[in-house]
Ligand binder design. Structure first.
Ligand SMILES: *Cc1c(COP(=O)(O)O)cnc(C)c1O
Length: 336
C-alpha cells in the first residue's frame, strides 16, 4: 500500500511533484469487536492506529508535517511530546534526512517511545517540567530559530490525521459515533475535519483522564496526572476547535478514571485480542462507562500500540509461572 499522501493527494495540500517523506503509514485495520459490541449493545469497531509504522496515529500527521518541512527547505524539526510525537518525528526526520530534537517531560514517557526516539537519532531532551511547559518552550524557540515545529499546532499534522476518518467511512460507509482519547486535542479536531470533508457527521465522544481533564472541567490543569501518559496534558493547544467539533457533532467530552482506563486496557487485550497503550484504552473506557447513547455503530480509535509501554503492561498483567525442566513439572504448570 502506498502511504497516505499518495492515496489521498487530491484531498491534501500537496502537489504531484512535492517531496514525500513516507514510511507507508495509514491503511490501518478497522476490526469488529464482538465482546464490546455485546457489552454496550451496539456494533463496535476498533481502529488500530498502533499499526502505523512507528506504532501510533502520529505518523499520519508526521508524513505531511515532515514532507512540508522538506518542501520549505527546513534542515531540522522539533517537537514537545508525551512520547509518540517524539518517536514519529524522529523516524520521519531520519527518513527525510533532517535532524530532529524532541523535548519530553522527564521520567514521564513510556520506555518504548524513548527507545524509538533515541534509535532514530533524535536529540532527546528531558525537561524538568510537564508537556504543557515543553510545548510553550518549543513554540518560543521556533520563533527564534529556523527549525520546523511538528507538534499538532502545525496545520499539516491535522491534514494528515484527517485521513483516518476517510478510511473509516470508506470501510463502513456510515458511522453514528466515534470514541476517541483527547490530549492536546489535535486528533479529534482532525477527525472532524475529515468527516466534514466527506459530508458525514458522526457524534464525537472525546475522553480525557480524570486527572488531566481540562476540557471537561473548563479550565487548565496545572499538574496533570494519569497512568495514560500520552494524554497527560493540562492545556490542550486545540482546545477551542475540539470543543467546537464536539458541540457541532452533538457529542460530548467526558472523563474516565485511571482504574477504568486500565480495566478497558486489560479487557481489550484479554477479550478482543487487541493490545493498545493505556491512553488509547480511554476511548473504550468511556464507551463502557457512558454507553453508546443510542448510536447503532460506533468506532473507537485505539491511538497507539501496547508495546509502547511494557512497564504498565507487566504491572497490569498476571505473572509468569516458573518451572523445572521435566515433564511432570511442565504438565502441572500448563494445566494449572
Ligand atoms: C497523542 C496521543 C493521544 C492524544 O491525541 P491528541 O491529538 O493530543 O488529542 C492519544 N493517544 C495516544 C497514544 C497518543 O500518542
Amino acid at each position: 500500500m502506498p502511504g497516505l499522501m499518495e492515496r489521498y493527494r487530491e484531498r491534501l495540500p500537496f502537489c504531484a511533484d512535492d517531496p514525500v517523506v513516507s514510511l507507508g503509514e495509514g491503511t490501518t485495520p478497522l476490526v469488529h469487536a464482538p465482546h464490546l459490541s455485546e457489552l454496550v449493545d451496539s456494533e463496535v469497531w476498533l481502529k488500530l492506529e498502533g499499526l502505523n509504522p512507528t506504532g501510533s496515529f502520529k505518523d499520519r500527521g508526521m508524513t505531511c508535517a515532515v514532507s512540508a518541512a522538506v518542501r520549505e527547505g527546513a534542515k531540522a524539526v522539533i517537537c514537545a511530546s508525551t512520547g509518540n510525537t517524539a518517536a514519529s518525528a524522529a523516524a520521519y526526520a531520519a527518513r527525510g534526512g533532517l535532524t530532529c530534537a524532541v523535548i519530553v517531560p522527564e521520567g514521564k514517557i513510556a520506555q518504548g517511545k524513548l527507545a524509538q526516539a533515541l534509535m532514530h537519532g533524535a536529540r532527546v531532551i528531558a525537561l524538568r517540567g510537564n508537556f504543557d511547559q515543553a510545548l510553550t518552550l518549543v513554540r518560543a524557540l521556533t520563533d527564534r530559530q529556523p527549525i520546523a515545529l511538528v507538534n499538532s499546532v502545525n496545520r499539516f499534522r491535522l491534514e494528515g490525521q484527517k485521513t483516518a476518518a476517510f478510511e473509516i467511512i470508506e470501510q463502513l460507509e456510515t458511522l453514528d459515533a466515534l470514541c476517541i482519547p483527547v490530549g492536546n486535542a489535535g486528533n479529534i479536531t482532525a477527525y472532524w475535519k475529515g468527516f466534514a470533508e466527506l459530508d458525514v457527521a458522526p457524534r464525537l465522544f472525546g475522553f480525557q483522564a480524570e486527572g488531566a481533564a481540562p476540557l471537561v472541567l473548563g479550565k487548565r490543569v496545572d499538574q496533570p496526572e494519569t497512568v495514560a501518559s500520552a494524554i497527560r496534558i493540562g492545556n490542550p493547544a486545540r482546545w477551542e476547535e475540539a470543543m467546537e467539533a464536539m458541540t457541532a457533532s452533538r457529542g460530548m467530552v467526558r472523563a474516565v478514571s485511571d482504574a477504568e482506563i486500565l480495566s478497558a486496557y486489560r479487557l481489550l487485550a484479554a477479550r478482543e485480542g487487541v493490545f493498545c497503550e493505556p491512553a488509547s484504552a480511554a476511548s473504550v473506557a468511556g464507551l463502557l462507562r457512558y454507553g453508546a447513547d443510542g448510536a447503532a455503530r460506533v468506532a473507537c480509535v485505539l491511538t497507539g500500540h501496547g508495546l509502547k509501554d511494557p512497564e504498565t503492561a507487566l504491572h497490569q498483567a498476571g505473572g509468569v509461572i516458573p518451572c523445572e525442566p521435566n515433564l511432570t513439572a511442565v504438565e502441572e504448570a500448563v494445566l494449572g
